[in-house]
Design a protein around this ligand. Structure first.
Ligand SMILES: NC(=O)C1=CN([C@@H]2O[C@H](COP(=O)(O)OP(=O)(O)OC[C@H]3O[C@@H](n4cnc5c(N)ncnc54)[C@H](O)[C@@H]3O)[C@@H](O)[C@H]2O)C=CC1
Length: 375
């Protein structure tokens, strides 16, 4: 079966401006026609809605890159095993998706679009079902993680150490998704703050954010001995993305987590890269991992750490991490990794480009389907 990329893009451009409406309509149809499928989704659907359109956008934009799309869909399928998605659900999803798009592009939708999308959807479903089946041979849909450590580092930041019940095959820089018993079917993403270890444990840095259901449960209502569910590891942030041996890491708040994992990994590399870490916090008291960072500095002689405090007065204060980088007159000649809030990542990346860093050398986690992890 061949894909009519032109028809898919053309029809996509009609529904994109009404994405919110189409997504709402899609879920309304799906749940009305298939009440059992509703049970797979969380009570509040806000984040889920954004993800659906984000994922489809990724596919539509990259249709020529067959291998890339297959890999992306494979990852999506492995991740969806934790929701309980099964092969028999796919036809209903496809049917409702096309119906919602047709309704959204009311009046200008052509019958040929139906055929183009049906063919594309069949292919998407086939790739996803195959990938999920293959994954089921070696991996559970989700891991049960026992919390073996829970340290309150500030009144609202906890560092959790979690022991998965099966080998957890992640790479430094990746993130996991977490569900707590308090919020069934609600999953949130958290970067893993360590490189893989022999004891199979992972460390998460979690700030309880106001209104953050999962983050508040993890920080305030979780104790050693409790269990949580972990989805499969995801994300592409990796030292392998670097093409140079001088790395600049720019972290904001708990955005430190994945960069710390990369630093840990680099300690074991035969040729350690030189790393400048610019770490931004709002208040000095928010620097929740100073001791561990100092330990890493002892092990990694080519690691330099500059801390910036943005929201407090005082000598050397009043700076974000990127301000500090400019203040120290470091013009990155190598690769730069940026992790923090979406706003911070965007502002920092723009400033790096203005400083002359090629966009291809700026590495961030943000992709449309995988928003920077939030609580
Ligand atoms: N892979 C990733 O990129 C990860 C991202 N995160 C995200 O990092 C964020 C951390 O939040 P918090 O710990 O509450 O710290 P925060 O975002 O409140 O502040 C941390 C630092 O970022 C700076 N900052 C905030 N907004 C900025 C902006 N628009 N431009 C420049 N600098 C800005 C602050 O001044 C401060 O120095 C969360 O949004 C979390 O989701 C967390 C883990 C991993």
């Amino acid at each position: 079966m061949t894909l009519d990329i032109r028809l898919i893009r053309e029809s996509w451009s009609l529904v994109e401006p009404v994405a919110d409406q189409v997504t709402l309509d899609f879920y309304s149809r799906l749940f009305a026609e298939n009440p059992r499928i509703r049970e797979l989704f969380p009570p509040a659907m806000d984040l889920q809605r954004d993800r659906l359109f984000g994922a489809l956008t990724q596919v539509v934009l990259n249709l020529e890159d067959t291998e890339g799309v297959r890999e992306y869909l494979g990852q999506l399928a492995r991740d969806h095993r934790k929701y309980g998605v099964r092969p028999e659900h796919y036809p209903a999803l496809g049917h409702c998706l096309i119906a919602a798009m047709r309704a959204g592009a009311h009046g200008v939708w052509q019958p040929a679009y139906d055929q183009a999308w049906a063919a594309a959807y069949d292919l998407i479903a086939e790739v996803m079902i195959q990938a999920a089946d293959q994954d089921a041979v070696t991996a559970p849909p989700a891991w049960i993680g026992t919390v073996v450590g829970h340290e309150m580092r500030t009144p609202d930041i906890a560092v959790l150490t979690v022991e998965p019940n099966h080998p957890y095959p992640f790479r430094a820089g990746q993130y996991t998704t977490v569900q707590t018993a308090l919020w069934p079917r609600v999953w949130r993403a958290y970067s893993i703050a360590n490189a893989p270890r022999h004891d199979n444990r992972i460390v998460l840095h979690v700030r309880a954010i106001p209104g953050g259901w999962v983050s508040t449960a993890l920080v305030k209502h979780t104790r050693p001995g409790d269990t949580i569910l972990l989805g499969p590891p995801r994300g592409t942030l990796s030292l392998e993305q670097a093409t140079t041996s001088h790395l600049v890491f720019i972290a904001g708040g708990t955005g430190l987590a994945p960069l710390k994992a990369l630093i840990e990994e680099s300690v074991w590399m035969p040729e350690r890269p030189a790393i400048d870490l610019f770490y931004g916090v709002r208040r000095a008291a928010d620097a929740y991992d100073t001791e561990a960072l100092n330990n890493l500095r002892m092990q990694h002689r080519r690691l330099r750490i500059v801390q910036a405090v943005s929201d407090e007065p005082g000598p050397g204060y009043g700076q974000t991490a990127i301000d500090a980088l400019e203040y120290h007159r470091i013009i990155p000649s190598g690769d730069v990794f940026v992790c923090g809030s979406q706003q911070m990542v965007r502002v920092t990346s723009d400033r790096l480009v203005r400083l002359g860093v090629p966009a291809g050398r700026i590495h961030t986690e943000y992709t449309p389907d995988a928003p920077v992890p939030v609580g």
